[in-house]
Write a protein that binds this ligand. Structure first.
Ligand SMILES: [Zn+2]
Length: 68
């Protein structure tokens, strides 16, 4: 589980925008032109551009049913 302080300092590595926590296991870039989504595995956010790229086309609504 990520705490608020950590969430506040995390930024999308691709565009430096803020990210928001979704379904407690994804971090979603708030930039509508970016839309990368970063999985949280074993409580560790995987903030890598190539990782975010994999989920660009996955709708945010579907993340809750996906395993990172
Ligand atoms: Zn981004």
């Amino acid at each position: 589980m990520l705490n608020e302080d950590l969430l506040a300092i995390l930024a999308c590595p691709a565009c430096k925008s803020k990210v928001s926590l979704v379904a407690e296991k994804w971090l979603v870039c708030q930039n509508p032109d970016c839309q990368r989504k970063y999985p949280i595995k074993d409580d560790i956010p995987i903030m890598l551009i190539e990782e975010g790229d994999k989920y660009v086309h996955v709708p945010v609504e579907r993340l809750s049913e996906m395993e990172p």
